[in-house]
Ligand binder design. Structure first.
Ligand SMILES: [Zn+2]
Ligand SMILES: [Zn+2]
Length: 143
């Protein structure tokens, strides 16, 4: 009986996202370790965004549940960062940082979950805010 309960708990602690065309699905285990907004230059350059809305897990918590062969991994020529996208629709599933963490966009997550983030996934703050290119007027902590 204990095993069944454990399985149920693990099942409910899994989340998935998929790319726009549906060829690729990624599964994340457990709660993200970091959930917030990153204003660093690296995220901006890698993803061509003014800041990144991050849900970050350690690398071994995120994997493909389908379509891995349909993905392309772009490795940054100088930085230890990658961005992994679907070769059909071009959507980025996640990117990696130099610690090997996998960062899923809050925007992608919300798109796949009825525009909502589950409890424990809400943004907790702005990181590297001093390096920003745009000011943010919300009340979240800025560090
Ligand atoms: Zn796709
Ligand atoms: Zn960043």
């Amino acid at each position: 009986m204990a095993l069944v309960a454990e399985d149920d708990r693990l099942m409910s602690d899994q989340h998935t996202v998929h790319c726009d065309c549906g060829a690729v699905e990624v599964t994340m285990l457990g709660q993200p370790r970091v959930h917030g907004y990153c204003h660093c230059e690296d995220c901006r350059e890698l993803l061509q965004v003014p800041y990144h809305s991050v849900l970050a897990w350690e690398g071994d918590k995120v994997g493909f549940s389908s379509g891995e062969a349909d993905t392309v991994e772009f490795k940054h020529p100088e930085k230890q960062m990658t961005r992994v996208f679907c070769k059909h629709c071009g959507e980025v599933l996640y990117n990696t940082n130099k610690m090997g963490w996998k960062l899923v966009s809050q925007l992608l997550f919300k798109k796949c979950h009825g525009d909502e983030l589950p409890a424990g996934f809400e943004p907790t703050g702005h990181f590297f805010y001093a390096r920003r290119v745009i000011d943010i007027g919300d009340n979240l902590p800025k560090k």
